[in-house]
Design a protein around this ligand. Sequence first.
Ligand code: DX5
Ligand code: ZN
Length: 227
Amino acid sequence: MTDRTVLISPSLLSCDFAEIARDVAMIEAAGADWLHVDVMDAHFVPNLTIGPPVVKAISRVATVPLDVHLMISEPAQYAEAFAKAGAYVLTFHWEVAPSTEAARTVIQAFRDAGIEKVGVSVKPDTPVESLTDILDEVDLVLVMSVFPGFGGQKFMGEVLDKVRWLRAQGYQGWIEMDGGINGETIAGCAEAGTDVFVAGSAIFGAEDIPGTITELRSTAAERMHVG
Ligand code: DX5
Ligand code: ZN
């Protein structure tokens, strides 16, 4: 049905922040395709994580692309800072720019800053149909399968309909799923049409990290080609 490639993007939110360089090297050696970096501002979400200086430090030691997920209220204002910090994919939330016009302004700010791949994300209670008029303008849609803010939450299976809808519209870009992905939940995501898989606790909490990434990849690849 498709020749899409599975991309595994481990979320550094679950790494040891006192040992970021060590964990980045470890997770890359274990097979990570991208590194997912969760930026939170304690305003859009009830948690506060890292900003451009730390992303820049990560990019200094990383050899795979940085997949930066902005959970912040003013993404356009920080586009340049994150571009300079080394973001490859930069994703903003539709909820902070909830109209076609407002979202286009953010997308343009990202492109003007030199971001290569622009992503837009929807929370579990935001209809994906809202994105209809900007689908042609983004490289990635990030479908949240938990409410953003924290790692280790339970996967919300009902969001798989959003992925199916996007593929039914003919959306050819990357569809990324984030929140509660593990060896069980990844199968349905892949079957629905997801090709980029974020996992934090399932990867960093595993005893055998390379084995877990290999297993996630093979389960996803198997299901992706069904139907
Ligand atoms: C949640 C973040 C996720 C989180 C995923 O707001 O966007 O990237 O780190 O963690 P797990 O895989 O543990 O649900
Ligand atoms: Zn994330």
